[in-house]
Design a binder for this molecule. Structure first.
Ligand SMILES: [Mn+2]
Length: 317
Protein backbone atom coordinates (compact mmCIF):
# COMPACT_ATOMS: atom_id res chain seq x y z
CA UNK A 1 0.00 0.00 0.00
CA UNK A 2 1.23 3.56 -0.59
CA UNK A 3 2.19 5.32 2.57
CA UNK A 4 1.27 8.76 3.74
CA UNK A 5 3.93 11.41 3.85
CA UNK A 6 4.70 12.15 7.50
CA UNK A 7 2.90 15.33 8.40
CA UNK A 8 2.75 15.80 12.15
CA UNK A 9 4.46 19.21 11.90
CA UNK A 10 1.88 20.29 9.33
CA UNK A 11 -0.93 19.11 11.59
CA UNK A 12 0.40 21.18 14.47
CA UNK A 13 0.55 24.23 12.22
CA UNK A 14 -3.02 23.73 10.98
CA UNK A 15 -5.60 26.23 12.16
CA UNK A 16 -8.47 25.38 14.46
CA UNK A 17 -9.12 23.74 17.79
CA UNK A 18 -7.81 20.33 18.86
CA UNK A 19 -9.97 17.83 17.06
CA UNK A 20 -10.81 15.87 20.20
CA UNK A 21 -12.74 18.87 21.52
CA UNK A 22 -15.07 18.57 18.49
CA UNK A 23 -16.05 14.91 18.96
CA UNK A 24 -19.74 14.15 19.55
CA UNK A 25 -20.21 12.07 22.70
CA UNK A 26 -23.23 9.82 23.19
CA UNK A 27 -25.29 8.07 20.52
CA UNK A 28 -26.46 10.97 18.36
CA UNK A 29 -23.69 10.19 15.90
CA UNK A 30 -23.52 9.04 12.26
CA UNK A 31 -25.02 5.54 11.99
CA UNK A 32 -26.22 5.67 15.62
CA UNK A 33 -23.22 3.72 16.87
CA UNK A 34 -22.60 2.76 20.46
CA UNK A 35 -20.36 5.51 21.86
CA UNK A 36 -17.34 3.22 22.29
CA UNK A 37 -17.33 2.56 18.50
CA UNK A 38 -17.35 6.29 17.78
CA UNK A 39 -14.46 7.67 19.83
CA UNK A 40 -11.64 9.40 17.99
CA UNK A 41 -9.13 6.80 19.19
CA UNK A 42 -11.24 3.78 18.23
CA UNK A 43 -12.68 4.97 14.90
CA UNK A 44 -10.86 4.73 11.57
CA UNK A 45 -13.39 7.00 9.85
CA UNK A 46 -14.06 10.56 11.05
CA UNK A 47 -17.04 12.55 9.74
CA UNK A 48 -16.92 16.35 9.45
CA UNK A 49 -20.18 18.29 8.98
CA UNK A 50 -20.04 21.60 7.13
CA UNK A 51 -23.62 22.98 7.08
CA UNK A 52 -22.62 25.89 4.86
CA UNK A 53 -24.75 27.50 2.14
CA UNK A 54 -23.34 31.02 1.99
CA UNK A 55 -22.71 31.17 -1.78
CA UNK A 56 -25.70 29.24 -3.18
CA UNK A 57 -27.11 30.73 -6.35
CA UNK A 58 -30.50 28.99 -6.69
CA UNK A 59 -32.35 26.64 -4.30
CA UNK A 60 -31.50 27.00 -0.61
CA UNK A 61 -31.44 24.35 2.06
CA UNK A 62 -28.08 22.56 1.85
CA UNK A 63 -27.20 24.02 5.27
CA UNK A 64 -29.68 21.53 6.74
CA UNK A 65 -28.06 18.62 4.85
CA UNK A 66 -25.55 17.29 7.41
CA UNK A 67 -28.05 17.03 10.29
CA UNK A 68 -30.64 15.36 8.05
CA UNK A 69 -28.09 12.87 6.68
CA UNK A 70 -26.90 12.07 10.20
CA UNK A 71 -30.50 11.43 11.32
CA UNK A 72 -31.16 9.23 8.26
CA UNK A 73 -27.92 7.31 8.79
CA UNK A 74 -29.26 6.18 12.17
CA UNK A 75 -31.87 4.16 10.20
CA UNK A 76 -29.35 2.55 7.81
CA UNK A 77 -28.72 -1.18 8.29
CA UNK A 78 -25.02 -1.69 8.96
CA UNK A 79 -24.60 -4.94 7.02
CA UNK A 80 -23.34 -4.29 3.49
CA UNK A 81 -24.66 -7.00 1.18
CA UNK A 82 -22.27 -6.12 -1.66
CA UNK A 83 -19.10 -6.75 0.36
CA UNK A 84 -20.89 -9.13 2.79
CA UNK A 85 -19.66 -7.58 6.04
CA UNK A 86 -20.46 -5.05 8.78
CA UNK A 87 -17.59 -2.67 8.13
CA UNK A 88 -19.03 0.31 10.01
CA UNK A 89 -18.98 -1.17 13.54
CA UNK A 90 -15.81 -3.09 12.77
CA UNK A 91 -13.80 0.02 11.89
CA UNK A 92 -15.74 2.64 13.86
CA UNK A 93 -17.01 6.01 12.71
CA UNK A 94 -16.33 9.14 14.79
CA UNK A 95 -18.69 12.13 14.38
CA UNK A 96 -17.48 15.71 14.85
CA UNK A 97 -19.79 18.56 15.87
CA UNK A 98 -20.85 20.71 12.88
CA UNK A 99 -18.59 23.63 12.02
CA UNK A 100 -20.12 27.06 12.69
CA UNK A 101 -21.49 28.19 9.29
CA UNK A 102 -21.51 31.92 10.12
CA UNK A 103 -18.40 32.77 8.11
CA UNK A 104 -17.10 33.25 4.57
CA UNK A 105 -16.80 30.28 2.21
CA UNK A 106 -13.02 30.66 2.33
CA UNK A 107 -12.98 30.53 6.14
CA UNK A 108 -15.28 27.48 6.13
CA UNK A 109 -13.19 25.40 3.72
CA UNK A 110 -9.63 26.66 4.27
CA UNK A 111 -10.15 27.26 8.02
CA UNK A 112 -12.60 24.82 9.60
CA UNK A 113 -12.52 21.96 7.07
CA UNK A 114 -8.80 22.15 6.28
CA UNK A 115 -7.85 22.44 9.98
CA UNK A 116 -9.89 19.39 10.98
CA UNK A 117 -9.02 17.28 7.93
CA UNK A 118 -5.34 17.93 8.49
CA UNK A 119 -5.58 16.55 12.02
CA UNK A 120 -7.69 13.55 10.95
CA UNK A 121 -5.17 12.57 8.26
CA UNK A 122 -2.17 13.17 10.54
CA UNK A 123 -3.75 10.79 13.09
CA UNK A 124 -3.85 8.06 10.40
CA UNK A 125 -7.63 8.22 10.09
CA UNK A 126 -9.91 8.57 7.09
CA UNK A 127 -11.68 11.93 6.56
CA UNK A 128 -15.32 12.08 5.41
CA UNK A 129 -16.92 15.47 4.77
CA UNK A 130 -20.67 16.15 4.56
CA UNK A 131 -22.07 19.41 3.12
CA UNK A 132 -23.45 21.91 2.76
CA UNK A 133 -22.74 23.32 -0.63
CA UNK A 134 -19.78 22.25 -2.76
CA UNK A 135 -17.66 25.22 -1.65
CA UNK A 136 -16.74 23.21 1.49
CA UNK A 137 -14.64 20.65 -0.46
CA UNK A 138 -11.30 22.35 -1.34
CA UNK A 139 -9.90 22.38 2.23
CA UNK A 140 -10.39 18.61 2.56
CA UNK A 141 -8.68 17.99 -0.79
CA UNK A 142 -5.77 20.24 0.20
CA UNK A 143 -5.23 18.39 3.49
CA UNK A 144 -5.17 15.06 1.61
CA UNK A 145 -2.92 16.42 -1.17
CA UNK A 146 -0.38 17.51 1.44
CA UNK A 147 -0.36 14.04 3.01
CA UNK A 148 -0.57 11.72 0.00
CA UNK A 149 1.76 11.87 -3.01
CA UNK A 150 0.25 12.27 -6.49
CA UNK A 151 -3.32 12.80 -5.39
CA UNK A 152 -6.04 13.14 -8.03
CA UNK A 153 -9.75 13.85 -7.63
CA UNK A 154 -12.75 11.92 -8.95
CA UNK A 155 -15.49 14.54 -9.17
CA UNK A 156 -19.09 13.35 -9.63
CA UNK A 157 -21.36 16.32 -10.36
CA UNK A 158 -23.88 17.77 -12.83
CA UNK A 159 -21.82 20.97 -12.90
CA UNK A 160 -18.18 21.39 -13.85
CA UNK A 161 -17.61 23.98 -11.05
CA UNK A 162 -14.52 25.26 -12.89
CA UNK A 163 -15.22 29.01 -12.92
CA UNK A 164 -12.19 30.88 -11.59
CA UNK A 165 -14.62 32.93 -9.49
CA UNK A 166 -18.38 33.41 -9.28
CA UNK A 167 -19.97 36.65 -8.06
CA UNK A 168 -16.39 37.78 -7.29
CA UNK A 169 -15.89 34.84 -4.87
CA UNK A 170 -13.07 32.42 -5.75
CA UNK A 171 -14.43 30.11 -3.04
CA UNK A 172 -17.98 30.00 -4.43
CA UNK A 173 -19.65 26.61 -4.88
CA UNK A 174 -19.36 27.25 -8.64
CA UNK A 175 -15.56 27.47 -8.29
CA UNK A 176 -14.97 24.40 -6.11
CA UNK A 177 -13.26 22.37 -8.84
CA UNK A 178 -11.18 25.36 -9.97
CA UNK A 179 -9.79 25.50 -6.42
CA UNK A 180 -8.87 21.83 -6.03
CA UNK A 181 -7.54 21.80 -9.60
CA UNK A 182 -4.76 24.02 -8.22
CA UNK A 183 -3.41 20.96 -6.41
CA UNK A 184 -4.79 17.97 -8.31
CA UNK A 185 -5.70 16.58 -11.74
CA UNK A 186 -9.45 15.85 -11.96
CA UNK A 187 -11.69 13.28 -13.63
CA UNK A 188 -15.27 14.57 -13.86
CA UNK A 189 -18.29 12.29 -14.34
CA UNK A 190 -21.96 13.16 -14.81
CA UNK A 191 -21.42 16.69 -16.07
CA UNK A 192 -24.35 18.25 -17.97
CA UNK A 193 -24.12 21.94 -17.11
CA UNK A 194 -21.05 24.02 -17.83
CA UNK A 195 -19.93 27.45 -18.99
CA UNK A 196 -17.38 26.28 -21.57
CA UNK A 197 -14.82 23.49 -22.06
CA UNK A 198 -11.96 23.72 -19.60
CA UNK A 199 -8.79 21.64 -19.86
CA UNK A 200 -7.35 22.30 -16.41
CA UNK A 201 -4.41 24.18 -14.98
CA UNK A 202 -0.82 23.56 -16.21
CA UNK A 203 0.28 20.04 -15.23
CA UNK A 204 -3.15 19.40 -13.68
CA UNK A 205 -5.42 18.21 -16.50
CA UNK A 206 -9.20 17.85 -16.26
CA UNK A 207 -10.81 14.87 -18.03
CA UNK A 208 -14.55 15.29 -18.40
CA UNK A 209 -17.10 12.52 -19.05
CA UNK A 210 -20.42 14.15 -19.90
CA UNK A 211 -23.58 12.39 -18.77
CA UNK A 212 -25.05 12.55 -22.28
CA UNK A 213 -22.19 10.64 -23.86
CA UNK A 214 -22.03 7.98 -21.17
CA UNK A 215 -25.58 7.11 -20.24
CA UNK A 216 -24.84 3.61 -19.01
CA UNK A 217 -22.14 1.73 -17.22
CA UNK A 218 -19.56 0.36 -19.64
CA UNK A 219 -15.92 0.48 -20.80
CA UNK A 220 -15.91 4.25 -20.41
CA UNK A 221 -15.84 3.82 -16.62
CA UNK A 222 -12.50 1.99 -16.72
CA UNK A 223 -11.17 4.59 -19.17
CA UNK A 224 -12.18 7.41 -16.82
CA UNK A 225 -10.59 5.69 -13.83
CA UNK A 226 -7.41 5.00 -15.83
CA UNK A 227 -6.70 8.76 -15.78
CA UNK A 228 -6.61 8.78 -11.97
CA UNK A 229 -3.35 8.45 -10.04
CA UNK A 230 -2.77 5.84 -7.32
CA UNK A 231 -4.24 7.98 -4.51
CA UNK A 232 -7.67 9.49 -5.07
CA UNK A 233 -10.02 11.88 -3.27
CA UNK A 234 -13.69 11.31 -4.19
CA UNK A 235 -16.04 14.30 -4.17
CA UNK A 236 -19.73 13.67 -4.81
CA UNK A 237 -22.17 16.47 -5.49
CA UNK A 238 -25.41 14.51 -5.29
CA UNK A 239 -26.78 16.36 -8.34
CA UNK A 240 -24.35 14.22 -10.38
CA UNK A 241 -26.95 11.51 -9.81
CA UNK A 242 -30.34 11.77 -11.48
CA UNK A 243 -32.95 13.88 -9.63
CA UNK A 244 -35.01 10.69 -9.27
CA UNK A 245 -32.28 9.48 -6.88
CA UNK A 246 -31.59 12.80 -5.12
CA UNK A 247 -34.59 15.12 -5.70
CA UNK A 248 -33.57 17.33 -2.78
CA UNK A 249 -30.63 19.38 -4.06
CA UNK A 250 -30.02 23.05 -4.76
CA UNK A 251 -29.53 23.01 -8.55
CA UNK A 252 -31.05 19.82 -10.00
CA UNK A 253 -30.38 18.87 -13.64
CA UNK A 254 -32.23 16.12 -15.53
CA UNK A 255 -30.36 13.13 -16.93
CA UNK A 256 -27.85 12.15 -14.25
CA UNK A 257 -26.32 8.89 -13.09
CA UNK A 258 -28.63 6.11 -11.96
CA UNK A 259 -28.07 4.75 -8.45
CA UNK A 260 -26.47 1.55 -9.73
CA UNK A 261 -24.32 3.20 -12.40
CA UNK A 262 -23.01 5.53 -9.70
CA UNK A 263 -22.33 2.66 -7.29
CA UNK A 264 -20.62 0.68 -10.06
CA UNK A 265 -18.29 3.62 -10.78
CA UNK A 266 -17.39 3.96 -7.09
CA UNK A 267 -16.90 0.19 -6.70
CA UNK A 268 -14.52 0.10 -9.66
CA UNK A 269 -12.67 3.11 -8.25
CA UNK A 270 -12.19 1.40 -4.88
CA UNK A 271 -11.13 -1.87 -6.50
CA UNK A 272 -8.29 -0.20 -8.42
CA UNK A 273 -7.23 2.92 -6.51
CA UNK A 274 -6.38 3.96 -2.95
CA UNK A 275 -9.22 6.29 -1.93
CA UNK A 276 -7.95 8.54 0.89
CA UNK A 277 -10.95 10.78 1.57
CA UNK A 278 -14.43 11.53 0.29
CA UNK A 279 -17.30 13.95 0.60
CA UNK A 280 -21.03 14.07 -0.13
CA UNK A 281 -22.35 17.58 -0.69
CA UNK A 282 -25.39 19.58 -1.87
CA UNK A 283 -28.15 17.57 -0.19
CA UNK A 284 -31.03 20.00 0.49
CA UNK A 285 -33.68 18.24 2.61
CA UNK A 286 -37.21 18.67 1.26
CA UNK A 287 -40.26 19.06 3.49
CA UNK A 288 -42.40 15.94 3.58
CA UNK A 289 -39.86 13.45 2.20
CA UNK A 290 -36.65 11.86 3.40
CA UNK A 291 -35.56 10.35 0.07
CA UNK A 292 -32.47 12.49 -0.50
CA UNK A 293 -30.95 12.39 2.96
CA UNK A 294 -31.56 8.65 3.23
CA UNK A 295 -29.92 8.08 -0.17
CA UNK A 296 -26.94 10.15 1.00
CA UNK A 297 -26.66 8.17 4.24
CA UNK A 298 -26.88 4.91 2.32
CA UNK A 299 -24.27 6.15 -0.16
CA UNK A 300 -21.95 7.05 2.71
CA UNK A 301 -22.36 3.57 4.19
CA UNK A 302 -21.69 1.90 0.85
CA UNK A 303 -18.52 3.92 0.25
CA UNK A 304 -17.26 3.13 3.76
CA UNK A 305 -17.83 -0.56 2.97
CA UNK A 306 -16.08 -0.34 -0.41
CA UNK A 307 -13.06 1.45 1.07
CA UNK A 308 -12.83 -1.00 3.98
CA UNK A 309 -13.18 -4.02 1.70
CA UNK A 310 -11.04 -3.08 -1.31
CA UNK A 311 -8.76 -0.14 -0.47
CA UNK A 312 -7.68 -1.60 2.87
CA UNK A 313 -7.64 -5.26 1.84
CA UNK A 314 -3.86 -5.44 1.82
CA UNK A 315 -3.52 -3.80 5.22
CA UNK A 316 -3.42 -5.60 8.55
CA UNK A 317 -6.46 -4.43 10.48
MN1 LIG B 1 -23.51 20.46 -8.85
Amino acid sequence: MPRRKTSSAGARRAAGPDIRSLVVKGEDNFFGLEPELATFDRARFVVMSAPYEGTVSYGKGTGAGPAAIKRASQQVELFDEITRAEHIPRHGVCTLKPFDPKCSAEKMTMGHVYGAAKQIVAAGKFPILVGGEHSVTPGAVKACAEAWPELSVLHIDAHSDLREAYHDDAYSHASAAARFNEWCPIVQIGIRSRERMETGKPGKPVWCYHAYDYRQSGPWVDEAISHLSRNVYLTIDVDGFDPSVFPGTGTPEPGGLSWYTGLDIIERLCRSRNVVGFDIVEVAPTKGTQVSEFAAARLMGRIIAFISHWCWRAEAI
